[in-house]
Write a protein that binds this ligand. Structure first.
Ligand code: NAD
Length: 455
């Protein structure tokens, strides 16, 4: 399997893909090692995870370069991603004892009722490429803390990073049979679905998530899907500083080239603020530099996948044909690399693909709305349910709106944000289950209820 640098289109590595036989051997290693890991005291498991985190810190520069070389994100954003992973690990390790330890629920003279959180066993993590450290850490860190063994299948677009992660676990002192990477495309992922894992944890697209959920249903083991989104954002008429709101929300739409599951994907603006918002939004986007992602100051690198260029072109063509106007961008960029111009569309309508289907690129539609009722109807008009955001100086006004949107995260005066302390969780086509928070620590366990009658 060739690894291609999306900025240069050059092959930077060739890796051997796994197959049914090598995967079976890897599974057997994990299966044998897992019970011993489960038997380790939690504090020892936490210590290994902390060592891994320290290695992310000391190796950050080299890891950031590897990540940028295969996914094309600007180096500064690669460093940020690793910093974010370290801070999530901090929260998870600091809270592991609280949420993974036994809980005594009832204690009387003759009865104790207790919950014990047992690991699932050998779990598989089929992962995405857009934030391999962040979405990876969400799964494999709590899984290992809870006493599981992990087969980690990085995306084929982030395989070098997957191998770096495997190397760092071994360097951190984890037995090499407890975290094993599987290299390959979706075909390798599909083989894993026929194997007897004790839990399936998937991050990726709705289409693949639906396939995986269907395929593993008969096994009756936990399956979690963290999928895509079409995340709406509403700017009301009472925001204090429209320029600051435009700048912050433009970043929410275009950070990592719009390739975030929680990128702002649709913007609705109250008519009173519409013109000022659009002008400030455009000014902000025009101020960002596009170029070689290893160069300082570059905000837009190439897209990670060449195929996505055609998706964005189709969304632009569909929007223009249905009456939208382009303010800036709209085309792929000439020359080497998978570059697409940052694109802003106005006069958009809800039947346009750009307002319905996940774009996963540097493209945004901005729609004018008359009032909160119209904004709410638009925000709710989606099959996805990952995040939703409202900008207003009135918290109560935002709360009323956010309560009525069926999404896993609600943002007031912020967007495109993840916190380790809160559940990260989708609804409808954005998936189900949760990572992060106490829910994400316990997602890799099965609770056992002990009824202990004394004497
Ligand atoms: P993808 O669905 O194309 O691939 C994800 C993983 O699934 C890869 O490792 C791939 O090799 C594997 N895969 C593909 N086909 C398979 C099959 N038939 N059987 C088993 N495995 C298979 O998604 P992607 O392009 O890597 O990621 C982008 C998507 O992920 C976007 O929709 C994005 O919104 C979503 N995402 C969601 C979250 C979240 O937390 N909700 C986070 C990051 C990305």
């Amino acid at each position: 399997m060739n690894v291609i640098n999306p900025a240069t289109e050059q092959i930077i590595a060739t890796l051997a893909e796994d197959n049914a036989q090598t995967l079976q051997t890897k599974w057997e290693r994990l299966k044998t090692a897992q019970p011993l890991w489960q038997a380790h005291p939690l504090e020892e498991r936490i210590a290994v995870v902390q060592k891994f985190s320290a290695l992310l810190e000391t190796n950050k520069e080299q890891l950031a370069h590897v990540l940028t070389s295969e996914v094309g994100k600007p180096l500064a954003q690669s460093r940020n991603e690793i910093n974010g992973a370290i801070s999530r690990i901090n929260w998870l390790t600091q809270n592991a004892a609280k949420y993974l330890g036994d809980e005594v629920m009832t204690e009387t003279a003759d009865l104790e009722e207790r919950i014990s959180y047992e690991p699932l066993g050998v779990v598989v993590n089929i992962s995405a490429w857009n934030y391999p450290y962040l979405v990876g850490v969400n799964v494999f860190v709590p899984a290992l803390l809870a006493g599981n063994a992990v087969l980690y299948k990085p995306s084929e677009y982030a395989s070098l990073t997957g191998l770096e992660i495997e190397r760092l676990w071994i360097q951190a002192g984890l037995n090499e049979d407890l975290f094993v990477a599987a290299i390959g495309t979706g075909n390798v992922g599909a083989i894993l679905l026929d194997m007897p894992f004790d839990g399936y944890f998937f991050t990726g697209s709705y289409k693949t998530g639906q396939f995986i959920y269907n395929k593993v249903a008969a096994k009756m083991v936990p399956c979690q899907c963290e999928l895509g989104g079409k995340d709406p954002l509403y700017v009301t008429d009472d925001v204090a500083d429209i320029n600051a709101v435009a700048a912050g929300t433009a970043d929410g739409a275009f950070y990592n080239n719009g390739q975030s599951c929680c990128s702002v994907e649709r913007i609705y603006v109250h008519e009173k603020n519409y013109d000022a918002y659009v002008a400030a939004f455009e000014k902000e986007v025009q101020s960002w530099k596009t170029g070689d992602p290893t160069e300082d100051g570059v905000y837009f690198g190439p897209l990670t996948r060449k195929d996505q260029i055609a998706v964005l072109e189709a969304q632009v063509a569909d929007a223009l044909q249905k009456g939208a106007k382009i303010i800036t961008g709209g085309k792929r960029q000439e020359g080497k690399g998978y570059y697409f111009q940052p694109t802003i569309l106005i006069e958009v309508t809800s039947d346009m693909q750009v307002m319905k289907d996940e774009s996963f690129g540097p493209i945004i539609g901005i729609m004018k709305v008359k009032n909160d009722a119209e904004a709410l109807a638009q925000m709710r008009d989606t099959e996805y349910g990952l995040t939703a955001s409202v900008y207003s100086s009135d918290q109560q006004r935002a709360a009323v709106l956010l309560q009525q949107v069926n999404a896993g995260s609600g943002y007031w005066n912020c967007c495109d944000r993840v916190s380790a302390a809160l559940p990260w969780s989708g609804r409808n086509h954005s998936g189900f289950g949760a990572t992060l928070s106490h829910a994400g620590l316990r997602a890799f366990t099965k609770p056992k209820g002990y009824h202990l009658r004394k004497g």
